[in-house]
Every structure is written in C-alpha cells, then in structure tokens.
Write a protein that binds this ligand. Sequence first.
Ligand SMILES: Cc1cc2nc3c(=O)[nH]c(=O)nc-3n(C[C@H](O)[C@H](O)[C@H](O)COP(=O)(O)O)c2cc1C
Length: 349
Amino acid sequence: MNYDAPFSEIPWNPSPNFSFPDLSIGSIRIGFPCVQAALSGISDWAERRIVRNLGASATISEVMLDEFIISVTHAKGKKAKRFLRVDEDDHPVGAQLMGVGPEDFTAAALKVVEWGFDWVDINFGCPVKKILGRHRGGFHLSQPENALAIVRSVRDTVPSHIPVSLKMRRGLDDSTESRDKFFQIFDGARKLGISVFTVHPRTVLQRYAGSSNWDFLTELRNYAPDCTILGSGDLFTPMDCVRMMETTGVNGVTIARGAIGNPWIFRELRELAAGRPLPAPPDLKEQREVIEEHFALSTELYGEKRAVFNMKKFCIKYARLHPRHETVRDDFVQFRTGEQLKALLDRWY
Ligand SMILES: Cc1cc2nc3c(=O)[nH]c(=O)nc-3n(C[C@H](O)[C@H](O)[C@H](O)COP(=O)(O)O)c2cc1C
C-alpha cells in the first residue's frame, strides 16, 4: 500500500482563544490530547518510546491479530516480544486488536490486559485487501450485528476499569447504506458502554486516496457530544492537528503518517499547547541522535539483522527533514548493515 504523506502546507492561525482539550480515555486521564496512532509495522515498543520521549502523551500498539495473541503463551517469548513488550515507562498504551468473531477477540483482549496494556482498541477500519477478504478490520463496518457482538463480548468480559475503544473509518464506501451501518455500530457501541472512538473519516474503499472528510468529525462531535472522539486523517503538521481540534471540536488527535520519521511533531505541539511559538525543526545533530537511539532500541527488540531491515523504512522518512533529503533518502535505501547505517550517519549528519 502506498501511504506516502505529502508535506501539507495548509496555513492555519489558531484563534487566540483556542486551548488544547484535556483528554481522557475512559477512566485514564491523558491530558495533552495528541496520541501516537496505531501503525502496523511502525508503532512497536521502540517507536513508541521515541515518540513518548518527544512528547506523545499516549500511544497505541500496532494492530495485532487476536489469533496470534491467543497462540502466545509467554509474553517474553521471542515471537511475542515484538508485539507485547510494554515497559514501566510505556504508559498509557492501548493494545489494538483485529479479528473475525467475538470469542477470539475477547480471549485476546483479556490477554493484552493481563500483559500490561492500559486499554483495548478494536480495529474496525483496516482497508488492506487481504484483511477484508478474511472478514477482519474494515470488513466489520459492513456487518453491524457481528461488529456489535464483538464489542459486547469484549466490553462485558474485560474488567470494567479498563477502557475499550473503537477505531473506525466512516463506512465501507460512500453509499447511504454504509453510512447507516456506521451509525448502527456507533450507536450500538455507545449503548454497550463504549465512549471512546477514533475516527478516520475516509471510507474503507477509499484507502488513502483523496482527503479525509473532517466535516464528518464535526458532524459526529455534534451528534454525540458525550463521547470522546479522537480524530484521524491528514495530520501532517502541528498546525494540521490544531486545525482539526479547533474546526471539528474533537477531543484529541491520533497522529499517524505525520509522525513517521518526524517524532518531533509531538514536541512542537506541546510548545503550541503551552502558548509558545512553533520551535525550529531539529538540527542535524539531534536528528542523528534520535535515529541512533531508534536503531539501538530496535536492535534491543529484534536483534541487529532485523533492526537494520526495520530501520530502513524509518530512515527513508527521517531523511525528509534533511536539507538534502532526496540524496540522503536514496542513500538510506542502500544500507544493509548497522555499520553501513553508521557510515551514512557520519556522512550526512
Ligand atoms: C503504515 C500504516 C500503518 C497503519 N496501521 C494501522 C493500524 O495498525 N491500526 C489502525 O487502526 N490504523 C492504522 N493505520 C491508519 C492510521 O492510524 C491513520 O488512521 C491513517 O493513516 C490516517 O491518518 P493520516 O492521514 O494522518 O496518516 C495505518 C496507516 C499507515 C499509513
């Protein structure tokens, strides 16, 4: 899937009266309302640590298959480590789950809670073809009854102090039927005790094409003022995040593509929240330090061979902040070992 994010440059001057909302996810007080989104292949323990150090107030794991979680018997086993590692300082952190039916979803939800995640996020939005073909992710938006059976089972089984949230797109497609089904699930979930929703207002079939329909977020905000709505979609700069909160009234934002290779977005947002001007982008020295730290954490998690493979996608994104970004990016495509990565950092940073 091509998920390259443009650098959006929509100018926005926040109104002088705007203040960042104080976010809670159910019983968990988050405060600063800018959360690291669930990102498959990205928001692992290492990346979550990087963004948290730079200001993210909460993070969400990569999406995890319920049947994978159920198959894991030991959270410290090699297979489990990648997804399930949660450290003392990695809180609050949500575990996002994906699956087909209530039984496995619920068993997996109980396990992630047992392993230290602070809340359970149910994925009803993934647009990947293979996932839809297996009746997971965004497919659930086409079958409200099953979707709500999942929500009911997870909510009724997970201890009541653990929040359960839903991640949704605004429907399978642009039809009225899809829209009706969205609201059937949304309303049904509220009746079942769900009060936190992350909404990415593209349709499933839209994938990443076109723009995210923020008007839908405004509509939802007005429709369900008692719910916590986290907005998603086209948040590439700090100003985009402020603009979304201010124009739609959502309670917070989950930053996705805008944070890949630019974890400093959280720090910049904290400065804005404190009423200070947008700081200068990180200099090359700091960029290097963060890339090195990210690589070290990745190596701790996966071992060097896999960390090298894993870092390539991050480095290609990190290169976007370099003044010679195209050249640096092209070089980052080439490295095959930790030594080669170090040589590139020596050369360019
Ligand atoms: C590489 C990639 C992986 C993603 N993985 C997940 C995921 O695991 N769970 C999820 O709910 N959304 C996932 N998303 C969707 C994002 O969380 C977000 O909703 C979407 O990218 C829209 O936000 P943006 O336009 O600001 O990037 C993913 C998106 C990308 C680009």
